[in-house]
Design a protein around this ligand. Sequence first.
Ligand code: MG
Ligand code: MG
Length: 255
Amino acid sequence: MVNIKTKEEIEIMKEGGKRHSFVLSKIAEKVVPGVSTQELEDYANELIKEGGDKGAFLNYTPKGAKRAYPASLCVSVNNEIVHGIPNEDPLILQEGDIVSLDLGLVHQGLITDSAITVGVGKASDEDRKLMEHCKEALFLGIKAARGGGHVGDIGHAIESFIRPLGYGLSEGLAGHGVGYKVHEDPFVPNQGKRGSGELLRPGMVIAIEPMVTLGTDKIVLAKDGYTYKTADGSNAAHFEHTVAITENEPIILTK
Ligand code: MG
Ligand code: MG
């Protein structure tokens, strides 16, 4: 069931989202060749604690998972699409890698979810374009998310921009409602038909998150039970914001 947030709850999420965006931008500054994913996780925990908040992903068990997620941050490198675990078997980031940083933050009991993808040193032209286009797709999806419209409007806006550029859209991975839990209804796919799916109502809070690949739509789950990779080994980008639906364009909470 979709729950509608009150004005007061949305105000709390706005404050949480501001903190969230600050933490993500500080972590992004640390992304340089030679840094380990473990160091990014440690820094995320330090920043979250300084703000008096909590990481929403740490010890969270999503539906269908066999164990709780062991970190606050998801760090997904190159052909990893989402849910890369930074503190088990940490990776040292190399010049030219691209890295998705995905964070869930709990502020006063309410969760925001947001991700960015950044280059390590200088990314290739192809990867830079991939990241720019993925971010643009996110903003087109956000623009399409209006009260009175439908969830399918968001997927349609993302898909109709991404497909003609020749990219893949990670199959089965989607956005979602968010607030009291990391994943709430509705499911917010990155593809769809205009006017289809759940009705968007003012007060709904959703995470919109295109996951775009240089190749296939097909995804594979790694042995750790969390990391999703592209089936063909192509690189992937991921951008995400938590937004509150209104009568007009939504409010981006995580900016
Ligand atoms: Mg996320
Ligand atoms: Mg999400």
